[in-house]
Design a binder for this molecule. Structure first.
Ligand SMILES: [Zn+2]
Ligand SMILES: [Zn+2]
Length: 186
């Protein structure tokens, strides 16, 4: 059973990697000779090219235990679809972590914004749930990081105990520094 689960996880990772590579090569084609603009900072991308999910994978990671398999598959497909990818600098992408995008503030063509709106419409319910749960957690923590106690604007959602599943009882919000330490928060 555990083996099966591990194989599943590997397959999903592989599928996502292939999608991402395909997406990079499609974008390469699309922007050949043109100027690549980072969706986050609006500057041209000369090095450190990356593609980024606008709506983060965390949305489906944190819904797995609450949706049927079909619903979950649909959600994954939508978040991994080309419509949800934008071009960014690798650094801008890393700095953003899994914070929620403000589409109006991204540097995108009107066509791309429309594509993102379609993604948003399809994942609306799960997106809303994710956002509400995360803000509720942050309120419960009095707006502070559970690791070091610093004030948080949005923070990073993660498991208190990384060995336990992604259920809301096992969730907390931490700052970037605490998140990269990868320790337990319980
Ligand atoms: Zn950038
Ligand atoms: Zn912290």
């Amino acid at each position: 059973m555990k083996k099966e689960r591990e194989t599943m996880v590997k397959l999903v990772k592989l599928r996502n990697e292939i999608r991402k590579r395909r997406c990079v090569s499609q974008m390469d084609e699309l922007y050949k000779g043109g100027q690549r603009i980072c969706a986050i900072c609006g500057k041209s991308i000369e090095r450190g090219y990356s593609v980024d999910h606008v709506y983060p994978r965390a949305i489906y990671k944190w819904s797995e235990k609450y949706l049927s398999r079909d619903e979950q598959n649909q959600l994954v497909d939508c978040i991994e679809s080309d419509g949800n990818y934008v071009e960014t600098h690798r650094d801008c992408n890393m700095a953003k972590e899994d914070t929620m995008p403000q589409i109006d503030r991204l540097y995108l063509t009107p066509e791309k914004k429309k594509e993102l709106q379609l993604v948003e419409e399809k994942i609306h319910k799960e997106l809303e749930n994710y956002t509400n749960q995360k803000s509720q957690l942050l309120r419960n923590q009095n707006g502070k990081c559970i690791g070091c106690g610093c004030d948080l604007q949005e923070g990073v959602l993660r498991r208190k105990d990384p060995k336990m599943p992604r259920i809301w009882e096992n969730a907390c919000v931490v700052c970037h520094e605490c998140n990269i330490k990868r320790e337990r928060f319980c």
